[in-house]
Design a protein around this ligand. Sequence first.
Ligand code: HEM
Ligand code: NAG
Ligand code: NAG
Ligand code: NAG
Length: 489
Amino acid sequence: MDSLFTPYLVTGICSALVVACSLGFLRRPNLDHIPVVGHSSLLASYWFGKGLEVDHDRFVQEGYDKYKSGVFRVANLTHWIVCLHRSHLEYLARAPEDHLSFDHATNNLLKMEYTFGLKFNDNYQVSLVQSTLTRNLSVLYADVRDEIVAACNEYLDLKHNEWKAISVEHIALQIASRASNRMFVGFPLCRDPDWLDLNINIPHAIVAELKLLKFCPSFMLPLVAKVVTNLSGRTSRGVTLLGPVIKKRLQHMETEGTDWCDKPNDFLQWCLDTKRETSLTSLTRRMIVINFGGIHTTSSTFSQALLNLAENPQHVQALRDEVELVVSNHGWTNEALSKMRKVDSFLKETLRFEGSSLLGLSRQAMSDITLADGTFIPRGTLLAFPAYAMHHDGAVYGNPKAFEPFRFADLQNEGSEGSRRQMVAVTPDLLSFGLGKHACPGRFFAATVLKTMLAHFVVSYDVKRKDDESVPNTLRMGDAIVPNPWLRS
Ligand code: HEM
Ligand SMILES: *[C@@H]1O[C@H](CO)[C@@H](O)[C@H](O)[C@H]1NC(C)=O
Ligand SMILES: *[C@@H]1O[C@H](CO)[C@@H](O)[C@H](O)[C@H]1NC(C)=O
Ligand SMILES: *[C@@H]1O[C@H](CO)[C@@H](O)[C@H](O)[C@H]1NC(C)=O
């Protein structure tokens, strides 16, 4: 862009933003009838913005405790979020997209078109995750496990029983992204440091860009996004790495049809097989978006699990015994994982105890709605459930503030309901993977990767914390709960 125009453009954008924001405040859905927790107006929350980032969790918890059976709302600088009561979960799970929209709520948050270059409703990859990927888990298992073991050997690089300090978050990201990409794009790109680095760092870049974009009214997004996002930079870096792989496969498809010797069986190939798109740019963006959805969620859960393991050494032996027994009977297979109930429970408890967000099941009301308890929700309202508070409710979980790694394994053993207690089961008591139609389609893959990672760790390594106990395991960033990147163990 011509640098001469930049100051004018920036000034123009700023003044238009101010006007649009003030107009925007006037046109918000009227929520006066819903009680407020925390700052009493969006404007106040704006002024006390710094405090809000810190206090958001306190407000949500306060509202949860105060309005035991009702709804309340909290402000997050730009929007009111109406927090619903547990009794509305079933409605949310069944509501059609033109009543409560997952896609609009997600897009509101991520501005897909500008951050990923994909229209938010152009998402055929979601059904591939749900069906093809899940059905292929057993076939792909040996590859995924091979990648996890290779990644652990490479990044931990331990010889003769030594102790080594590692950054938990860094290691978890590397292993999770290699395991995922073995299945997303196959070997050898899944080991390409540049491809991994690109996908690991994109979320940081996008979060930074969204800090600016979220204050921008929608009609100005195209213009502002051109200035503040680096979509073209990351796309062209991605195309440089992935483009040659795609080209080669397209040539095969042209000359040899739908099948050929050594045809890859990975996510990229499943996308190509749909014949929905052949552009290197959009296929690359699609692989980036799938990385975005899969890597950090998995690695952050694994980081938290490792820290929980380091803090609960008394439980390591039980895990180790279980893994050794199952593997000696069934080998390392996807089917064997379903027999590792303690490993499963440990991870599920990690999701409950920490999780990745204070709020869950974010949806946008697409029409005026009256909830079963009579609460009126005007069109456009953003809704969510106070997931973290619900996961720590003593009425649902005994001793909720304690990490009890085998609480779900004990339940699994109780009776025929066993499989409904596993981590991949979505239930109103645990919202980590969502609920209803949009419940995370990648959770079967995530569970396979996470269980393999944890099982491999407990039989191969000892873990202890390096930093003292006062260093927190997770940090809060707005609604998000993220692993503390400075922790080592
Ligand atoms: C521990 C790891 C993971 C967690 C905690 C997680 C969590 C979630 C949650 C909470 C949702 C929204 C559900 C709702 O609001 O009802 C979601 C959606 C989604 N997740 Fe995951 N996820 C994980 C791993 C993955 C992986 C590995 C993939 C891909 C391979 C993936 C792909 C998706 C996709 C495509 C959606 C959107 C579904 C839709 O549009 O209907 N996730 N995930
Ligand atoms: C507030 O939450 C909404 C919905 O999740 C999101 O779109 C918006 O960007 C958030 N605003 C801030 C300042 O975090
Ligand atoms: C794996 O995916 C391929 C490609 O869609 C499909 O043809 C095959 O049936 C799947 N394998 C299994 C075991 O479902
Ligand atoms: C944009 O992204 C590319 C690829 O990740 C990177 O090399 C470049 O430095 C980025 N540009 C800016 C301005 O951040």
